[in-house]
Design a protein around this ligand. Structure first.
Ligand SMILES: *[C@@H]1O[C@H](CO)[C@@H](O)[C@H](O)[C@H]1NC(C)=O
Ligand SMILES: *[C@@H]1O[C@H](CO)[C@@H](O)[C@H](O)[C@H]1NC(C)=O
Ligand SMILES: *[C@@H]1O[C@H](CO)[C@@H](O)[C@H](O)[C@H]1NC(C)=O
Ligand SMILES: *[C@@H]1O[C@H](CO)[C@@H](O)[C@H](O)[C@H]1NC(C)=O
Ligand SMILES: *[C@@H]1O[C@H](CO)[C@@H](O)[C@H](O)[C@H]1NC(C)=O
Ligand SMILES: *[C@@H]1O[C@H](CO)[C@@H](O)[C@H](O)[C@H]1NC(C)=O
Ligand SMILES: *[C@@H]1O[C@H](CO)[C@@H](O)[C@H](O)[C@H]1NC(C)=O
Ligand SMILES: *[C@@H]1O[C@H](CO)[C@@H](O)[C@H](O)[C@H]1NC(C)=O
Ligand SMILES: *[C@@H]1O[C@H](CO)[C@@H](O)[C@H](O)[C@H]1NC(C)=O
Length: 456
């Protein structure tokens, strides 16, 4: 295993010390590995909960309002949006829908007169587009499938539609809950559990003077797992500092390799005369990324520059660059972990929220764009970047420029992990001797070994 690899860097450290670190790590690893595969250390409870409220019985079934709540701090669903599928338990049909539609009607040939909206045993439902006529809308619908994240835009973290179901049970004893829920966003990544009948939702009127309740309610919880969503990373981190001229680029081939022989056209040069035709070429409809040719081939690069050192403060510049010619990132967000974030004093031109995944420790910052100013990260090209500066107050007991301390521990873009350069490549302080670096190398290599294990 890679744990052994970490100990090569140890050099003069004593064996008991190393054993201690390794034991600690093994304990950490075990506690993480026993949890579910979809576990996200920075948002341990993140999930999307789908709630069905049966609002009324009909002669042959029921009318339900289905609401999806995005309880993820920083993972949103952007255009072209969600699609939700399930399998009916009996021979149910959908008579009609408000605020969403089934993508296929299926075979309704046995119906005469009234034709159902959808007769499929496993319907797939998508949101309606903005601008849908009012009589086809309900609250929280019709956003083209976009659901924002809980921390970034709590007012828009839910999506709803109404479904009128026929040939179903008509009492809470005879209704069968649907099975095999699938949530696409729009690609894979989410795994949904089984529907559980829960206490009926209570609704309070606007004046707060009357409460009604659903006839019956069930919940389904879906969780995200990055390895399920994509096989290769989509984002990487590069580093630089005022104290060293070296710019540490993203690791080569992080998100793929340039290969003109086996995969011609896997990327385009920025100055290529064929750029426009490549953007509209094959893959346009599926939104397959078309990236600018770089050594890392990632659609997104985060650059962290340690910019200035003041007596009591230090300053970081963060630049997010989009290398994907086929994607404008709306409502993008960035999550970074650094021990000095508890003393973040000022942040320029981005919104900020502290995330505290472990109770009191706020070493995790969520950053996102200012509305109408830089909340849209444009497609690759001269406008395809956004940037910000952070001012952090030094805490004398922990602050140092040594051992790569000034660089982030983890970075996520839109909820997906960004690959960092190997710790031994970080820019050093001048005169930093290799013996000073050893402890960093040890712990950081172990950290990455652990992360690699968690992500596989
Ligand atoms: C889903 O997230 C909500 C909000 O964080 C939480 O209360 C709930 O327990 C989570 N559900 C599951 C099944 O984890
Ligand atoms: C079904 O309805 C009956 C009364 O009509 C109620 O007592 C029971 O708790 C309900 N069961 C569920 C699962 O909601
Ligand atoms: C559907 O869900 C049932 C349990 O509710 C499970 O046994 C079955 O394997 C699932 N089928 C598919 C195709 O996922
Ligand atoms: C079902 O989901 C709703 C909406 O997230 C939540 O308020 C409710 O507590 C959930 N019920 C259970 C038993 O988890
Ligand atoms: C791929 O081809 C382009 C143009 O044909 C060339 O500029 C580039 O250097 C090639 N890349 C590699 C890795 O061979
Ligand atoms: C991104 O937005 C710009 C301006 O709104 C538009 O011209 C461009 O076509 C968009 N690109 C993509 C890939 O959607
Ligand atoms: C850290 O968290 C505490 C309590 O949650 C909060 O009062 C404080 O403002 C946070 N600090 C920063 C820099 O966000
Ligand atoms: C940094 O933040 C911590 C926790 O919020 C606080 O105890 C400490 O005094 C702060 N240090 C400085 C130099 O502001
Ligand atoms: C800058 O950091 C690199 C490691 O990334 C190191 O090889 C180099 O010696 C450092 N430069 C100076 C002037 O210390």
């Amino acid at each position: 295993m890679e744990l052994g690899h970490g100990s090569f860097a140890v050099g003069s450290r004593s064996i008991p010390e190393v054993a201690g670190v390794v034991t600690l790590l093994v304990v950490l690893l075990c506690s993480c590995l026993t949890s579910t595969e979809a576990y996200d250390a920075l948002d341990p409870n993140g999930n999307i909960t789908i709630k069905w409220d049966v609002m009324q019985w009909t002669p042959d079934g029921y009318v339900a309002v289905v609401t999806m709540f995005n309880y993820q701090q920083y993972r949103h669903i952007q255009a072209p949006g969600w699609s939700l599928g399930w399998k009916w338990a009996k021979k149910e049909v959908i008579w009609s829908m408000v605020g969403a539609q089934a993508t296929e009607q299926g075979d309704c040939s046995k119906f005469k007169g009234n034709i159902p909206h959808c007769c499929k045993r496993d319907p797939t439902v998508v949101d309606l587009l903005p601008g849908t006529p009012y009589n086809m809308q309900i609250a929280n619908c019709c956003k083209g499938g976009v659901i924002n994240s809980w921390a970034q835009d709590p007012a828009n973290h839910a999506a709803s539609f109404q479904v009128s179901v026929g040939m179903a049970g008509t009492t809470n004893k005879t209704v069968r809950v649907p099975r095999n829920f699938t949530l696409k966003a729009p690609g894979p990544g989410y795994t949904c559990g089984i529907a559980k009948i829960v206490k009926s939702t209570k609704f309070t009127t606007q004046d707060g003077r009357r409460t009604t309740q659903a006839m019956m309610t069930w919940n389904v919880t879906c969780t995200y797992s990055q390895p399920l969503a994509q096989k290769t990373p989509t984002c990487c981190v590069s580093l630089s500092s005022f104290y060293n001229d070296t710019i540490v680029n993203c690791p080569t081939c992080t998100c793929g390799c340039q290969n003109n022989i086996t995969q011609p056209g896997s990327c385009v040069e920025a100055d290529s005369p064929y750029l426009a035709s490549a953007i509209n070429g094959p893959g346009k409809a599926t939104l397959a990324p078309l990236v600018q040719c770089t050594s890392h081939m990632c659609p997104i690069r985060i650059h962290w520059h340690v910019k200035l050192n003041y007596k009591e403060y230090w300053r970081v510049k963060i630049t997010i660059t989009n290398f994907n010619y086929r994607m404008n990132y709306t409502q993008w967000n960035l999550v970074a972990q650094h021990p000095n974030f508890d003393n973040l004093t000022q942040i320029f031109s981005f919104n900020y929220k502290s995330l505290t995944p472990y109770g009191g420790i706020n070493d995790t910052a969520m950053l996102w764009g200012v509305k109408f100013y830089n909340d849209l990260l444009m497609q690759a090209g001269p406008l395809g970047n956004v940037q910000s500066e952070l001012l952090l107050r030094k805490d004398a007991s922990t602050f140092t420029f040594e051992k790569g301390w000034a660089f982030p521990r983890r970075v996520y873009f839109n909820g997906d992990n960004c690959v960092m350069p190997p710790p031994d490549a970080y820019p050093w302080l001048p005169n930093a001797s290799p013996s000073l670096r050893a402890p960093l190398l040890l712990s950081a290599t172990l950290f990455w070994a652990a992360l690699a294990l968690l992500l596989t």
